[in-house]
Structures are given as structure tokens and as C-alpha cells.
Design a protein around this ligand. Sequence first.
Ligand SMILES: Nc1ncnc2c1ncn2[C@@H]1O[C@H](COP(=O)(O)OP(=O)(O)OP(=O)(O)O)[C@@H](O)[C@H]1O
Length: 507
Amino acid sequence: MMLEVADLSKRFGGVQALDGVSMHSAAGRVHALLGENGAGKSTLLKCISGVHRPDKGQMQLAGVAYRPAGPREAEATGLRSVHQELNLVPAFTACENAFVGKRYPKRFGRVDWKTMRARFAAVRDDYGLDLDINVPVGRLSIAQCQIAEILRALTDDAKVLVLDEPTASLSEDEATSLYAILRSLAARGCAIVVVSHRLDEVFEVADDYTVLRNGRSVGSGLIADATRDGIVALMAGEEFRHERHVATQTVGASVLELSGFKAGPRRPPVDLTVRASEIVGVYGVVGSGRSSLLKAIWGAGVRPSGTLSLAGRTLPPRGISHRIRAGAAYVSEDRRNTGLIMHHSVLDNAVLPRLGLYRAAKRLPMVSWRKAKSGASTILSDLNVKYGRSADRISTLSGGNQQKIMIGRWFGAPIRLFLLDEPTRGVDVRSKAEIHKLCNRLASEGTAIVFVTSDLEELLMLASRIVVMADGAITLEAPNAAVSRQSIIDATVQDNVNRSPQEHDNR
Ligand SMILES: Nc1ncnc2c1ncn2[C@@H]1O[C@H](COP(=O)(O)OP(=O)(O)OP(=O)(O)O)[C@@H](O)[C@H]1O
């Protein structure tokens, strides 16, 4: 075994995040680490990569006792990691980020930038990844940052590579190419441990699995011997099925109208109408302009232009407060920077956009924290959020639980238009089904929903109408039942859009 973990435990205050976990990962194999939100997956990866020190238990790397005092020591032993929260310096390029904390190539005593860039570009090309290495990562999308982070891990040979949800913000195609990279790394003798909530891809790429539940390892084995239902039952501790929930209710009046709307100065104009009770799913590859369009509709775009009307009123191209007053709500794809206030409490984050609901008295501009606390606890229990105390920092919650709060905090007041960017990113299968059910409930009450997703299954499962984007333009727009899986994938590339949507039908 390349990596062996035995009886590992880790406690944070009152939370037993890991409780005697064991796992083995062999060289040349991809090991999937599975479990519901808050099961302890990230904590386990952080113990392996030296971020956390376990309270109890042993680890071995390549047959030698391994107990890293920190991430540097773990790296020196041959371990590379890609965590859920990306750790990149925004002002540095992907290449400069890749060398942070490592020995720079030098020439005449000075940093040899040329060699550094060439070495980095060679790794990028070797793995067939597409990334501009001369742009500061602060200007890249989340998915491109993810690629930058993975490249950082690949710049030197690794014995073990651990990745926490590396495909969460990648589209189907990008995830497929990332997994091809993981397979080729495994073929070079690396042991790979990967966390993913996308079970379909786990079945395609992984050789072995371990399931965690409430901090304990509750099952492990060969993927070839496992079934999807069996794994889901292990994760949830009971039988569970994710039903398809495509909304069937009749749509109402138009809520959002875009006409010649440009999300930015160099973006093509977009025309789109979304009606009450409609769930429009927007799909495309990284950089196709999905998130920029959503952000621009929300009023936070960079120099947008054209006409946007919400519930019959034309709104200025920028300005979030107009949108909120008109009944819109938004969930950002970037939980850490623009979604949540990470150093504030669970309570603060859960009530922030709806503070007006928790006034001490009707016209008083003061918040009653008693009311806020009870409002928050309703939201948190409705969405089955796992947390210790509402005063804990939100950064201590697992990624999936943070995501649920980002969505739930908008409830409590009617939502006319709900804009959701990757609403179930990092969320486990059961919570995903709950969020889909919630979207359907909102739609049946008249909310118009526009969501961006990189998950083709989710798109087909939830959207009543499908929009595909490429290079900032809409390349396909049709009711869910009228498009094939292949035509959706084809439309993600501009050159393919002239083909008929019915051309392939392999759904
Ligand atoms: N630094 C921390 N301080 C306090 N509690 C923490 C900390 N890190 C994790 N926890 C708690 O440990 C538990 C396990 O969290 P972890 O992030 O490992 O879950 P996960 O399986 O990765 O979930 P997800 O799929 O949602 O990312 C959670 O209850 C979480 O709130």
C-alpha cells in the first residue's frame, strides 16, 4: 500500500469530525472517498496532507510511518493536495502560484522566470490542460483557478495526490479530461485519493472506495463490485433514491426579459425570456459566459448594456438593490469570496440578506437577535444543515453545509426570480435532491428560476427549459424533453451549433 490510514480521530471543540477512520490507497489506483456533507472527508484529507494533526491513529506512506507536522513536510514526503477552498495568490499568475513555497529555478543568482514558465507550460501541455499562464489568477473563473491549483500539484512528481472535489465546478467534458489526467497519473504509479459527490464519475474513474458516515469508515471495497444504490445507502445509512423532478406546472407571465443584453463590453448580445414557474438551466464549458451572464442579470456585471426588465419594470444594467427590491435573489458560485462572510457566524450568514424580516419592531431599524436566531434555526433545520452552535464561524462548517445556507438564507420572503450559480456544488446526493425539491416547490409557487450548472445530470433532472452557452452567446435553447444529451454537449462548442438538436438521441 502506498498510503495507509488506521484508526484516525480528530475532534474540533464539540464536533468529533473523525472517529477511528481507516483507509488504504494503493499505487497506480484511484481511490474515491465518499460520504454525505459533514461526514469528515475533507478533515481526513487535511490530516493526510498535514493541514490538521490527528488526535489519534497512525498513517504510513510507502511503508514508512508518516505524521506530517505541516503541509510542507507532507509535500517533502511526496504528497500533493488540492483542497476544496482554493489557495492561490490572486495577484500571481498560475505559474507564479505553482512555485510558491517551492525552490525557484535560478540563473546567475536570480529567479529564472523563463525556465519557470517553460517548465510550467510543459506540465500544462503534457496533461492537455487549457489555461492562460500569464494572467493573474484573480482574473480567472473559479473553474480555471481549480485547473491552476491542480497544475500546481502536478509540477513535481507526486507519490500520493489527494483532491477534494476537483470537478465541482467543471463541466462534464472538463471533468472527463481531468479524470483522464488522474488515470494517467495513476498509470505512472501515483496513488490518488479523490472526494466527489458525482457518483456517475466515481463509477467511471475510481478503482476502490471508502464511505465515511458521521466520522467513521462504514464501508470500502472495489468499485467494480459496488452498485450506486448500495453506496448511497452506505452514505445515508438507509435506502434513498433521487427521483427526477422536472417541473410540469404551467408557466405564468414573463418575469425576466433580456433584449440585446450584453453581460460585458465584449460579450455578444443575449435575448432571453424567463416566465413565472419556469426552471431554466444554463449549461456550458468554463469560460462560456454562463456565470458572467447570471452576475450581470443580478446587477453586478462589468459594464453590461442592453435592456433588462424584471416583472415588467426596466432596471438599470447595474445595481443589486434594484433587483432585491424587485424580488430577485442570487446565489454566487464563489462561496468563499462573494457568497459568505467566512469570519462571521453561522447565524449572521444565515439571516444577512433578509435582516428586514427580523426587526425588533415594525418600523424600527434594529434587529431582534432573538427573532433572527429562531428564523435561522428554521432555515437550518429545513435544509438539514449540520452545525455545532449558531455562534460558530461559518468557516468551520463543511462545504456542503455552507452551500445549503447560501440558498436557504433567501427564504422567508417571496422570491420572484431566483438566480442560482452551481446551486448544488459540493452538496451530497440526498441534499441535492432536497434542493431540487425546494426549487420545484418555489417554481410551483410562481418563482422563476435560472440556474447555472456544470452537472449534466442535474441539468436534465431539474430544468424545464435548457439553455446552452458558448463564447458568451446562447447556442441552444429548448424545452428539456426536446433535446438530447449529445445535442447539449455539441452546443457547448460554437462550431457544432449548426447541427440539428435531434441529430443524436442517446438519452
Ligand atoms: N476547523 C474546524 N473547526 C470546527 N469544526 C470543523 C472544522 N473543520 C471541520 N469541522 C467539522 O467537522 C465535520 C466534518 O467536516 P468535513 O469538512 O470533514 O466534512 P466533509 O465530509 O468534507 O463534508 P462536505 O461534503 O460538505 O465537504 C463537520 O461537522 C464540520 O463542521
